[in-house]
Each structure stands twice: as structure tokens, then as C-alpha cells.
Write a protein that binds this ligand. Structure first.
Ligand code: P6P
Length: 323
């Protein structure tokens, strides 16, 4: 079995990037250990404070963020970082080349009910003159990413990674603390009969989204001509992993509950990295109006409408929104 570091040495020419991914995995292995221990490590429950998003922070949100922040600040290759749990970007090493943006524990509302969560990360390059304390340094479109991935803390702990040459997955062997190559050049089926959306928001969607989902529910008698199944785990990393494994479509579209926000999910450290993985695996990732990775960012924590997965199904959603 091929160890992660051996794979990276063979697959990735950018030696600095290899160091960043290797170092990030040290922190993620520690997070995996604490997630597995749960109440035994005293890491469950609320941290009794809110993050910059106004969301209640779980203890593990804070622990995971601190572990990753500490690991990145110790790497000479990392110039700066931005996190869902940090109001502002954090400068790391002035001579570093890479910017790392991350959601330290996506789906953390599931932690206390023992459901899969994960770490999502995106890697950008910086220019030597860039100031890593300035938000503008990080505001690059998704197509500029040089790597993206997630670590899934589920029944197994998995790393799913792309450095721009396809998508690869690795399984952590906790007995030895090593990730081993599991799947190479993952491809998403272009069609699907499985959709993931939070149906409780239906009345708040745009009419075009209500029409599309209504047609999904009409099944084989409707215009889409097939019976669909539905999933909703409320953990984006788990939904995207299912789609990378067997196809499907994940939707968290704009809704009118907060009309001034384009969506719930964050562009820079959720939408963009997941879009890179999906597109590298042959899928599509759209806001329903444009490719997510062409959205011009205006702030680190900005939100985005998300429709991603099997290419033909995403194209169908885009067509509903053209009319
Ligand atoms: P809702 C988790 O909080 C998250 O950011 C994503 O991982 C997940 O897909 C979504 O929000 C769940 O949102 O509104 O269903 O709780």
C-alpha cells in the first residue's frame, strides 16, 4: 500500500506544497483522534461563544482550529491562513509561498450526535509583496487554487485531495498513524437519481429552484422522467464524499430567510475547495447562475449558493435558472 508521503513525492512536483499537505495532516490526525475519543476527551458540547459568523462554536470547532493554526504557523512554507473560526486572516511566515484557507470542522452541529464531520482546506499561492494580514491577499477566484481537499472523520478517517491532476483518496490507519492510497483518479457519474437538499427551506427558494425540486419529486411521471431518492446528512463533507463515491447532486441554494446573503455556505473555504474536487472528478459546481470557481470574492467569509455534483444534473439546474 502506498503511503501518502510516497504518493505526493511521486505525484506532486511542488515540494513546498508537499510539506504543507504533510504538515496539515499531522493536525488532522490529531483532530481525528479527539473526534474518536469524543466525551472521553471532554471535547463535546458548546464552547459557550460565537464565531465571526454569529454561529455557536462547539468545543471541537475551537480545538480543531487551534490545532490547524498551530501546525500552519510552524511551517516556513505558509505565508498566511484564513479560517471560518477566525474573524481576520492570520499572518504566518513572511517568506512563505502558500495561503491556506480552511473550515476546521465542517458539520460540527453533528458532533454531539456522533455523525460524520470533516476538515475542508484550500491552498492558494501568494506573491512575495503580499501582506498576509490583508484580506485582499486571499481574495482569489476558485480557479486559482493549487490544491484542495477534505479530511472526513467518519467510520474511517479519509483524506480526499486534488493538486490539479485528478482526485485521490487515502485511508488513515490509526494503528500506525499513516494515510494509505485508497482510490486513484476518482470520477463522478454524469447522471444521478440522488439529490441532497434541506427541504425545510423550500418556501424560501427562488421560484426556479422550487420548480426544479418540484420536478425531482414528481419522479418518473414528471419532466425529468426518473424516480429520485433523497439524502440530507447536514454535513457538507459527508454529502460531497457520497457524491464523489457514487454520484449525486448537493444543493444549498440562495433562500430568502437572509435575502442579503447569496447562500449559507462560505465561498473561500467550502464552496471553492469542494468545487475544485468535484470538477477535477468530472462533475460541475455552480451557483445555479455561474461556475462557483469564477465568483469574484469580495470578503473572506462571503457566502455562496451551491449546486454541485453529477455534471448532467447540475446542468439541468442551470437550465431551470436560465428561463
Ligand atoms: P442546515 C454545516 O453547518 C453546514 O455548513 C454544511 O456542512 C451543511 O451542508 C449545512 O451547513 C447544513 O445546513 O441548514 O441543514 O443545518
Amino acid at each position: 500500500m502506498l503511503r501518502l508521503r510516497n504518493f505526493l513525492d511521486q505525484h506532486c512536483e511542488n515540494k513546498g506544497l508537499i510539506q504543507v499537505i504533510d504538515g496539515l495532516m499531522v493536525a488532522c490526525k490529531d483532530i481525528a483522534y479527539k473526534v474518536q475519543l469524543g466525551s472521553l476527551a471532554g471535547v463535546l458540547g458548546s464552547a459557550e461563544k460565537e464565531n465571526v459568523q454569529g454561529e455557536n462554536q462547539k468545543k471541537l470547532d475551537v480545538i480543531a482550529n487551534d490545532l490547524i493554526k498551530s501546525a500552519l504557523r510552524g511551517m516556513p512554507q505558509v505565508k498566511g491562513l484564513a479560517s471560518e473560526e477566525e474573524a481576520d486572516p492570520v499572518a504566518c511566515n513572511p517568506n512563505g509561498e502558500f495561503l491556506v484557507l480552511f473550515d476546521p470542522l465542517d458539520g460540527s452541529s453533528n458532533i454531539d450526535v456522533n455523525v460524520t464531520v470533516g476538515t475542508i482546506f484550500s491552498v492558494l499561492q501568494s506573491n512575495p509583496e503580499d501582506d498576509a494580514t490583508h484580506e485582499a491577499t486571499y481574495l482569489q477566484i476558485g480557479r486559482e487554487q493549487i490544491a484542495a481537499g477534505y479530511v472526513l472523520y467518519g467510520p474511517s478517517t479519509l483524506l480526499v485531495l486534488s493538486t490539479g491532476k485528478g482526485v485521490y483518496s487515502f485511508t488513515l490507519d490509526p494503528r500506525v498513524g499513516e494515510f494509505y492510497l485508497q482510490r486513484e483518479k476518482i470520477r463522478i457519474p454524469t447522471t444521478t437519481k440522488e439529490f441532497a437538499i434541506n427541504m425545510s427551506n423550500q418556501r424560501f427558494w427562488l421560484p426556479q429552484m422550487q420548480e426544479y425540486v418540484g420536478d425531482l419529486l414528481r419522479g418518473e411521471d414528471g419532466p425529468l422522467g426518473k424516480r429520485y431518492n433523497m439524502r440530507w446528512i447536514a454535513s457538507m463533507v459527508a454529502e460531497i464524499h457520497r457524491i464523489l463515491t457514487r454520484g449525486g447532486i448537493f444543493l444549498y441554494p440562495y433562500d430568502s430567510r437572509e435575502p442579503n446573503k447569496p447562500g449559507k455556505l462560505r465561498l473561500m473555504y467550502e464552496g471553492n475547495p469542494m468545487s475544485m474536487l468535484i470538477e477535477q472528478a468530472g462533475g460541475k459546481a455552480s451557483t445555479a447562475f455561474e461556475d462557483i470557481m469564477t465568483v469574484e470574492p469580495t470578503s473572506i467569509h462571503q457566502r455562496v449558493s451551491v449546486v454541485m455534483g453529477s455534471a448532467d444534473e447540475v446542468e439541468s439546474v442551470v437550465n431551470y435558472h436560465r428561463s
